[in-house]
Design a protein around this ligand. Structure first.
Ligand code: SAH
Ligand code: SF4
Ligand code: F3S
Length: 496
């Protein structure tokens, strides 16, 4: 039985709160349909979108068909983000809307998943009675039971965090429409304790997923027509399989794998399977990873390397574990291995105690690196974090906003600078589908992650073409197709 699911997808925009957004859909096929319809909506980072695909898979195995029509849903799940206050505000507004629906349909089950569920735990049940069900990021296997408990008149909660759960054996139901790019989660949790960040509290301890299951998932995706995978984790550079954080082997009978080795394993699946990853922490970005990136043409020359601030003093207060100089040394290493590599970043303005001079250091670092792209945010104090306990959130709101606007303006100039540099060059583009503006113009990304627009002609999704760039804006490149590339299959060792 065919069905579909409605899910919110992040869109890339240079504004605060860029990472929540619009809707896409996909299909799930329940093995034992129970006649119940599930609607999921997701907010936050790519990990949350990836988790919603795991949730869709778990629910589908338990008989739930998925729907993109909220009006028909029996169960509504909202997968939430807690990273900034306004992310939570949006979810609260949405939950209030769902509550109205519940008064029309008392049998409707409304559940909250993800980081905000983990952060607030039972508060949402007790104080505001907004939801029937609460499940944290490590509790999704329990969702069918939780829904059943609600059906029998109880409120259901599971917010236990796990040291082991990686959902390694679950084959996610892909929720995107295009069928070209897929997210593959390689690790969960975060052990870094950046002082501003709520993620270690909402997602628990860091743990890596079995590399064989990652490679099998990528082979399966390739067989289903996908041509790009993004390996996901809060800090992918600290991926380690069968190794402790000190590098000791856990089990002598099993091979160890670090992130560079995992990248290579995935890159070997097929020369036509593009590999990206997100996010890298600068303190763990090794030359070994850069060497592997430079060695394989299908590992995209694009690195998201969040700096957060250009000031060593601010970085120390943020507990980031590196200095401005260390960061710039990593940028130099990237350029040494891959002179053409695109680099993007995350920046926070107005962190506790940030002086005008410290803000200027962020501006000067941006001028030095010239990022291709940046996600920029005003600091938002989060309960229980180190910063909330230790420092005062003392930069006035108007100063935070002014500093944010300054870096946004600078970034816009830099994005345009990079795009103008591409005019006249020929880019290898993976065809993704119609552009936002018109059915006649299609789009796809180049290896540096720029969106390229070209005339539709007869191209198909998942095909590689070469496009000569003729014009640009700060957001996109535009050009004409000069070559259609031959297709490659799976590498021989993966063909069964
Ligand atoms: N693991 C990733 C980041 C995850 S959160 C990393 O370490 O790079 C994504 C981004 O949100 C962060 O990079 C940071 O720029 C921003 N962010 C996190 N907590 C924030 C807060 N309290 N206020 C404002 N921005 C925040
Ligand atoms: Fe948060 Fe830092 Fe972990 Fe990223 S590395 S998720 S910013 S604690
Ligand atoms: Fe948000 Fe949780 Fe991701 S707090 S950014 S959804 S890990």
């Amino acid at each position: 039985m065919g069905s579909s699911i409605n899910i919110r997808e992040s869109r890339v925009k240079v504004i605060d709160e860029a990472r929540q957004g619009e809707a896409t859909m996909g299909n799930a096929t329940p093995e034992n349909p129970n006649g119940k319809l599930l609607y999921i909506e997701s907010y936050g980072c790519q990990m949350n979108f990836s988790d919603s695909e795991v949730v869709a898979s778990i629910m589908s195995k338990n008989g739930f068909s998925t729907t993109k029509d909220l009006d028909n849903a029996d169960v509504v799940l909202i997968n939430t983000c807690a990273v900034r206050d306004n992310a939570e505000l949006r979810v609260r507004n949405r939950l209030t809307e769902f509550k109205k629906r519940k008064s029309d349909n008392p049998n409707l089950v409304v559940g909250i998943l993800g980081c905000m569920a983990e952060r607030l735990k039972t508060n949402l049940l007790e104080e505001e009675q907004l939801v029937d069900l609460i499940a944290g990021p490590d509790a999704y296997r329990d969702l069918p039971n939780l829904v059943e408990e609600v059906g029998s008149g109880q409120r259901a909660v599971n917010v236990l965090l796990s040291r082991e759960e990686t959902y390694a054996d679950i084959s996610p139901v892909r929720l995107d429409t295009g069928g070209v790019n897929a997210f593959v989660t390689i690790m969960r949790g975060c052990d870094n304790m950046c002082s501003f960040c709520v993620v270690p509290f909402t997602r628990g301890r860091e743990r890596s997923r079995d590399p064989q299951t990652i490679v099998s998932e990528c082979v399966d995706l390739f067989n289903k027509g996908y041509r790009e995978v993004t390996l996901l984790g809060q800090n992918v550079n600290s991926y380690r399989w069968n190794m402790t954080s000190k590098g000791e082997v856990k089990d002598e009978t099993i091979q160890t794998t670090n992130f560079a080795q995992l990248l290579e394993m995935v890159a070997k699946v097929s020369p036509d399977l593009r590999v990206r990853y997100s996010t890298s922490h600068p303190k763990d970005m090794t030359d070994e990873v850069l060497e592997i990136m430079a060695k394989y043409e299908n590992i995209c020359e694009y690195i998201h390397l969040p700096v957060q601030s250009g000031s060593t003093q601010v970085l120390a207060r943020m507990n980031r574990g590196y200095t401005r100089e260390w960061y710039l040394n990593r940028i130099a290493a990237i350029k040494k291995y891959m002179p053409d590599c695109a680099i993007s970043t995350d920046i926070i303005t107005g962190f506790c105690g940030e002086t005008e001079e410290e803000h200027q250091e962020t501006i000067s670092l941006m001028k030095e690196v010239r990022y291709e792209y940046a996600y920029m945010f005003k600091y938002s104090e989060r309960p229980k974090t180190l910063a909330e306990r230790k420092f005062e959130d003392d930069v006035p709101e108007d100063v935070k906003s002014r500093r944010l606007n300054e870096i946004i303006d600078l970034q816009q100039e830099d994005s345009l600078y990079w795009h103008k540099l591409q005019i006249g060059s020929v880019k290898k583009v993976l065809v993704e589908g119609p552009s936002k503006r018109s059915e006649e113009e299609w789009c796809g990304r180049d290896g540096r992650n720029s969106m390229v627009i070209f005339p539709k002609e007869n191209f198909e999704r998942g095909q590689y073409i070469k496009v000569k760039i003729t014009e640009c804006t700060s957001a996109t490149l535009k050009g004409e197709v000069v070559e259609v590339l031959e297709r490659n299959g799976l590498s021989p060792e993966f063909v069964v």
